[in-house]
Design a protein around this ligand. Structure first.
Ligand code: HEC
Length: 150
């Protein structure tokens, strides 16, 4: 019995260990692959690199938006495997834009990312505006002033 309890404790610790490791890996991948352009706090550069902090989650209010933020070149062409992209995007959304995402956000999976990466977005700026306008038209309370979108 004592042996079994010890075993369960060990397994429990292992689970906690992996959860942390995933967050750490996502943070590390962000540092290496994204923050050079998007900055450590994900605030971007006005008119050059879009802000993700307090913004990224808005895209998840439409199917197309959900797909767009994976198909955008910086993500779909990153030198990272599909599962680490899924992990990184789930982490980014939850850490930097939890208030903007829908409450019922379903995390990205490896296979969803794999499928979306096959068709990288060719015209990100036009597509993002079309998607954001559609979301704003449907839910005006979410995005009042599109001109303020960096
Ligand atoms: C070389 C600079 C650069 C790197 C590196 C980069 N991005 Fe980007 N990112 C951009 C630019 C510029 C845009 C605007 C669209 C475009 O021109 O691709 C963008 C757009 C985006 C968007 C769409 C956001 C929106 O509001 O339209 C997301 C999401 C994104 N990047 C995430 C990432 C992630 C995650 C990484 C790391 C895996 C990354 N990017 C790496 C420059 C970069």
């Amino acid at each position: 019995m004592a042996k079994m309890i010890r075993m369960m404790l060990l397994l429990g610790l292992f689970c906690i260990g992996t959860a942390n490791a995933d967050d750490d890996r996502a943070r590390f991948n962000y540092m290496i692959h994204c923050q050079g352009c998007h900055l450590p706090d994900a605030s971007g550069y006005r008119d050059k690199v879009p802000r993700m902090i307090n913004f990224l989650g808005y895209f998840l209010h439409s199917r197309e938006g959900r797909e767009f933020i994976i198909r955008v070149p910086g993500v779909s062409m990153a030198a990272l495997p599909d599962d680490e992209i899924a992990e990184l995007m789930n982490w980014l959304i939850n850490v930097y834009s939890a208030e903007q995402r829908p409450a019922e956000f379903i995390p990205y999976t490896q296979s969803e990312v794999n499928a979306l990466r096959q068709s990288p977005e060719a015209d990100p700026l036009t597509t993002r505006m079309r998607i954001l306008r559609a979301i704003a038209a449907e839910q005006p309370n979410l995005l009042q002033d599109l001109t303020n979108i960096n």
